[in-house]
Design a binder for this molecule. Structure first.
Ligand code: SAM
Length: 219
C-alpha cells in the first residue's frame, strides 16, 4: 500500500487557525504576570548588554512586551493571531505603553536586516516543525544587529495526554477537540544548539519544569 503524503500546507493553515480560535475565546488581556522568575533577570541582562530595540516573537496578548517596555526598551511584538494582537494593543493602551504590535507569521518576518538589538521568544518555537524553526532562527540572525542577542525559553513538551498524528520530523499535530490543529514538537538540547549554530551560546540553563533558558549572541 502506498503511504499518503501529509498535506503540509493544510496542516500549517489549520495550526494557524487553532491559534486564532484560541485567542478569539479570550475577551480581555489577562494582566497577571506569569510566575516566571527569569523575567527580572531578562531585563537586567538586556540593560547590561545596552540593548534598546527588542522584538518579542509570538508575543500573544503581549505580557512580555508590556513588561519589558516598562524598563524603557523600544519593543515590537509579532504574533500570527489578529485577536491576540488586538488584546496586546488594548493592554498597551491601558498601561500607557508605547509598543508596536504586528500581526504576522514568524515564517515571514517583515523586518529589515539588523533592525533589532535583541530578540526574545517565550514558549513559541515548540509550535514549529524543525525545518521551519531553522528558517526562523536564520532570519532572526539576519534581523539582529551585529553582536545582537537572542533570549529564548524553550519548553519540554509532548509528553502529556492527547490525540495526535506525527509528522516525519516528530512534530505532533493534535486531533482532539481542545487542541485540534495545533502543532507541537519537542526539541532536544542537541537540536536546539544546532538551530543556534550561527550564534555563540552564552548560557544554556534548565528551570524546574525542564524548560531551557538560552542566551545567545549573534556570531
Ligand atoms: C504558547 S503561546 C506563547 C505566547 C507568549 N509568547 C507567551 O509567553 O505567553 C504561542 C504563541 O505563538 C503564536 N504563534 C504560533 N504560530 C505562530 C506563527 N506561525 N507566527 C507567529 N506567531 C505564532 C501563537 O498565536 C501564540 O500566541
Amino acid at each position: 500500500m502506498t503511504k499518503t503524503e501529509p498535506n503540509m500546507e493544510k496542516i500549517y493553515e489549520e495550526n494557524l487557525k487553532f491559534w486564532d480560535d484560541a485567542w478569539n475565546r479570550v475577551s480581555k488581556p489577562h494582566k497577571e504576570l506569569p510566575k516566571i522568575p527569569y523575567i527580572h533577570e531578562l531585563t537586567r541582562k538586556l540593560k547590561k548588554f545596552r540593548v534598546k530595540k527588542v522584538l518579542d516573537l509570538g508575543c500573544g496578548s503581549g505580557w512580555l512586551s508590556v513588561f519589558m517596555s516598562k524598563y524603557g526598551f523600544d519593543i515590537t511584538g509579532i504574533d500570527t493571531s489578529k485577536p491576540a494582537i488586538e488584546l496586546a494593543n488594548t493592554w498597551a493602551k491601558e498601561d500607557n505603553a508605547n509598543i508596536t504590535f504586528v500581526t504576522g507569521d514568524l515564517l515571514n518576518l517583515p523586518f529589515e536586516d539588523k533592525s533589532f538589538d535583541a530578540v526574545v521568544c517565550n514558549s513559541v518555537l515548540e509550535h514549529f516543525r524543525f525545518d521551519q524553526a531553522k528558517n526562523i532562527f536564520d532570519k532572526v540572525h539576519k534581523i539582529l544587529t551585529d553582536g545582537g542577542f537572542l533570549f529564548g525559553c524553550f519548553d519540554q513538551v509532548g509528553s502529556g495526554k492527547g490525540e495526535y498524528f506525527e509528522l516525519d520530523d516528530q512534530t505532533h499535530v493534535y486531533t482532539d477537540q481542545m487542541r485540534k490543529g495545533m502543532m507541537l514538537r519537542n526539541y532536544s538540547d542537541q537540536e536546539l544548539k544546532g538551530l543556534l549554530s550561527n550564534f555563540d551560546i552564552l548560557s544554556f540553563d534548565k528551570n524546574n519544569y525542564g524548560s531551557r533558558l538560552v542566551w545567545a549572541k549573534k556570531k
